[in-house]
Write a protein that binds this ligand. Sequence first.
Ligand code: FE
Ligand code: FE
Ligand code: ZN
Length: 220
Amino acid sequence: MATTQAAQQQTLRELMIEEIRDLYDAERQLVKALPKMAKGATSEKLRSLIEAHLEETQGQVKRLEQAFELLQEKPRGKHCAGIAGIIKEGSELLEEDFDGAVLDAGIIAGAQRAEHYEMGAYGSVIAWARSIGEGDVASLLEETLEEEKGADRKLSALAESSINQQAASEKSMPSNGGNGASRTSAAGSKNGSGKRSMAPTPSSKPGRNGSAGRSASRRS
Ligand code: FE
Ligand code: FE
Ligand code: ZN
């Protein structure tokens, strides 16, 4: 079937290997960056979600090593400027004056940027692997793609079920000299699980007065 397109296939194979190297570097950057994002999160749920995805990411690095092996290539990374940029934006956000649920909303947005980047890259690599007859590589990386999609879905669910609403009701606070102080006042949310000890938030019924943007997009 593939006899007439040998040269073309060789080229696509090389392109695929280059993208796999990019992903190998991207995943290893994320293994370093995700703990910092998890540490920055105020929501327990967000933190454990990121930590769970960190574990998956370590497995994804191993899967890419298996892919290199299947392709009889040395595992080698190629600097992924895309993920480097996304990580840089994320760490800049952590240094800004956002706190509590608002900061968490920002962390989720950054994490989802990373997931979407990865989903795009894995999607292409998998399609190329299939088209050049590397079905084993495709199936292997499909497991990773499913994990990325799962992480993205969980991040959306967490944002939409609680964090966005909580962030929307957070008032601006004077931040004289440090995030430490405002952290303490947001401590009510640290216990997570919807327990708001003393914050007089009228929004204890999520969804009813939901944000305008959301209800618009929900309507079918
Ligand atoms: Fe990943
Ligand atoms: Fe890249
Ligand atoms: Zn990921």
